[in-house]
Design a protein around this ligand. Structure first.
Ligand SMILES: Cc1cc2nc3c(=O)[nH]c(=O)nc-3n(C[C@H](O)[C@H](O)[C@H](O)COP(=O)(O)OP(=O)(O)OC[C@H]3O[C@@H](n4cnc5c(N)ncnc54)[C@H](O)[C@@H]3O)c2cc1C
Length: 482
């Protein structure tokens, strides 16, 4: 893994390049992205969080709220929000990697309903916290519009609404083409006006404002955030680290509770290597679009959007009227490698640009001002978890696939209960202490992961050609949380 800057070059320009969102903070003078001090000597804390993304910060937030006397340290290799938390699509949604039906099959109906309810409530909880803590992150809950762009996608859309009705938690609405035509300038794959599913349980956020704002709130409460501090290994009660601030310092942090919160970057740690598979998701942002164009597109502030293709795309209207639009499709790299070079792929950026214009022709030739990407984390059974072993004091949360923005908040609250030994509704949720199987050794892992990604792209092409639900997608479905 190559760091953004070497020991003598912790260049904020490198952090600005990591995403539109981080660049935007710096460009507006809201945050200079300069690293906080590194940890340079042995230390003792009650809790050590490895990684400085939303998992670590929400966990610190919940622990600090439960017991302000706890001494909490966050060790982050770059800066807080450098990872997926500062790069994502800004969907604060109730999505969970495993569908309700899939959860029902493995954990029973009550557990599936409880998980759905917890996810919907979590969106509101994030909104509540950013409000009370004064974190201005453009949070606006306008829901998601999922366009169903041909007959096959309309079938998938109707099935999704029926599934939601069966569990009775998610309040999805099906809009036919007439209703969509009144509001949106979206075009179907068949050239007609699409139908849509509206999911009210999503808020649009500016992810970097959220994660960087949360870090500041925690620091003001006495949580110690050490940046440019790389964890090289950990075990029960201790974490080995080295400072990347040029001091060459190394040391051990002793802590009763050690929580691993490194998500897609986790395979860099020997003890996490086969637990999480890093997959890159890439994004583009347009220049700000004029009001007339937005009137034609129809997406309002607070709304996010997608469609029912298999190889996911996702978009939002930013507070400054850009489209931030992303998608999967980048290949998995042998050995679970994570490297800044993988954050850019001309082929994927071109595909995203085309996909955006196909969906909303009104975007036209708007300039693409930013291109970036980042790794998200996938567990072998597509099942996120928040888990903690009271015997060793070691905990882990992750495997959110692309649904971590809100789920990290639920993870933080759940981990806090587990660490403090409190039994609660959260610790009874089916993902608490869930243990996923490990990923296969290489080269099988490489073959499986890339087959899955290519298979999704082929399934989309198959559906467009045959106008029937893809058999391939049905075969891959059970392995991808459906
Ligand atoms: C492009 C993209 C778009 C996405 N869009 C969405 C979306 O719209 N909605 C949604 O819900 N989810 C989305 N996701 C997923 C979501 O961003 C993540 O699930 C979530 O941010 C994970 O947070 P985290 O704190 O677990 O991990 P991260 O934010 O990745 O943080 C992990 C941190 O650990 C640090 N680290 C790693 N190794 C070490 C080490 N050895 N020592 C010290 N520090 C270390 C890294 O530098 C990093 O800062 C997206 C992800 C990507 C990449």
């Amino acid at each position: 893994m190559t760091a953004v800057g070497d020991a003598t070059d912790a260049a904020p320009a490198g952090y600005r390049r990591a995403s539109f969102w981080l660049d935007d903070l710096a460009a507006r003078g809201l945050d200079d992205l300069r690293p906080r001090a590194a940890l340079t000597r042995d230390a003792r804390f009650d809790v050590c969080l490895i990684g400085g993304g939303l998992t670590a910060l929400w966990t610190a937030y919940a622990l600090n709220a439960a017991d302000p006397d706890l001494r909490i340290a966050v060790l982050e290799r770059e800066i807080a929000g450098f990872g997926a938390s500062g790069r994502n699509g800004g969907w604060c949604s109730a999505l969970f990697p495993r569908s309700a039906s899939s959860l029902e099959r493995s954990h029973g109906r009550d557990a599936a309903v409880a998980m759905r309810r917890a996810m919907v409530d979590t969106v509101a909880e994030v909104g509540r916290v950013v409000d009370v803590e004064g974190i201005d992150c453009d949070f606006a809950q306008g829901g998601t519009v999922l366009f169903a762009r041909d007959e096959v996608q309309r079938g998938a859309a109707r099935a999704e609404v029926l599934e939601a009705d069966r569990f009775g938690v998610d309040a999805l609405e099906y809009w036919d083409a007439d209703a969509v035509a009144d509001r949106f300038g979206a075009v179907g794959l068949d050239g007609r006006v699409p139908a849509a599913v509206i999911d009210p349980a999503t808020a649009r956020v500016h992810p970097a404002k959220l994660v960087r704002g949360l870090a500041r709130v925690l620091e003001a409460r006495g949580v110690a955030i050490f940046e440019r501090t790389e964890v090289v290994d950990f075990a029960a009660g201790r974490v080995r680290f080295r400072a990347l601030d040029g001091s060459d310092a190394e040391g051990t942090l002793a802590a009763r509770h050690v929580i691993v919160a490194t998500e897609g970057y986790g395979p860099g740690l020997p003890r996490v290597r086969r637990r999480i598979l890093p997959i890159y998701s890439l994004m583009i942002a347009t220049e700000p679009l004029p009001d007339a164009v937005w009137d034609e597109i129809g997406i309002e502030h607070g709304q996010t959007f997608s469609d029912f293709r298999h190889l996911l795309v996702y978009g939002q209207r930013t507070a400054d009227n850009r489209v931030a639009f992303g998608g999967r499709g980048a290949h998995y790299h042998f050995g679970s490698a994570v490297d800044p070079r993988f954050e850019r792929s001309d082929a994927v950026f071109t595909h995203l640009r085309r996909a955006l214009r196909d969906l909303f022709p009104a975007v036209g030739d708007a300039a693409i001002t930013h291109r970036w990407g980042g790794p998200l984390g996938i567990s072998r059974d597509w099942h996120a978890t928040a888990s903690y072993n009271p015997r060793t004091g070691v905990g882990f949360a992750g495997g959110y696939v692309g649904d971590g923005l809100s789920t990290t908040n639920l993870a933080g609250r759940t981990l806090a209960d587990l660490v403090l030994g409190r039994r609660s509704d959260l610790t009874e949720l089916p993902w608490a202490n869930h243990r996923s199987p490990l990923w296969e050794p290489e080269p099988i892992r490489w073959v499986l992961a890339n087959l899955g990604i290519t298979g999704m792209a082929i399934a989309d092409a198959e559906e467009r050609a045959t106008r029937r639900p893809s058999l391939l997608a049905r075969m891959i479905g059970p392995f991808t949380g459906h």
